[in-house]
Design a protein around this ligand. Structure first.
Ligand code: ZN
Length: 167
């Protein structure tokens, strides 16, 4: 994922009018996922960046079993109900499953990470992938232990501080 970002050029970025959905001043066509992105931006005023990647098949939530998962995701990463790729319905399902968290899994599809800027959203996506890998590896040798309630409260406060004043 990092390599593809370092290879991106400014000309590849598609500028879209959020209201009309029309691309402006861009050579490339917008992603077919534009309807989902528009729904999230329109309904979540504190979101200014979205990172969307693929590969999610189990419809299984990712619980916070490491402190940093609470700090960066705000809690369990839930699974949004299935809707077909490229539809506004998918965006509606994403908004509903996100709540005030920063990441969500998409049933039979992938994930969506949001943030106040692209660096935050990208960091969340990279951290989510690493956390998912750790969780899957841990399941192979035992049952991951939930964080204590006191840690969850402290980490939620850090998450709120990290996500305030977006957009
Ligand atoms: Zn997609």
């Amino acid at each position: 994922m990092r390599d593809r970002f370092t290879e991106m050029s400014a000309q590849q970025i598609v500028i879209v009018d959020l209201t009309s959905g029309q691309a402006t001043h861009s050579r490339e066509a917008p992603s077919y996922e534009l309807p989902m992105h528009r729904v999230v931006y329109r309904q979540m005023q504190n979101v200014a960046a979205i990172v969307h990647t693929t590969l999610s098949v189990l419809r299984s939530p990712l619980p916070p079993v490491i402190d940093e998962m609470m700090v960066y995701f705000g809690g369990t990463i839930d699974v949004a109900d299935y809707a077909f790729t490229g539809t506004e319905e998918l965006g509606e399902n994403v908004v509903r499953a996100l709540g005030d968290h920063s990441a969500v899994l998409l049933a039979n599809h992938g994930n969506v990470c949001v943030g106040r800027d692209i660096e935050t959203a990208l960091h969340t996506a990279i951290t989510m992938e690493a956390a998912a890998r750790v969780y899957v590896q841990a399941l192979q040798i035992g049952e991951p232990i939930a964080l204590p309630d006191s840690s969850i409260e402290a980490a939620r406060a850090m998450f709120r501080h990290r996500t305030r004043d977006r957009r």
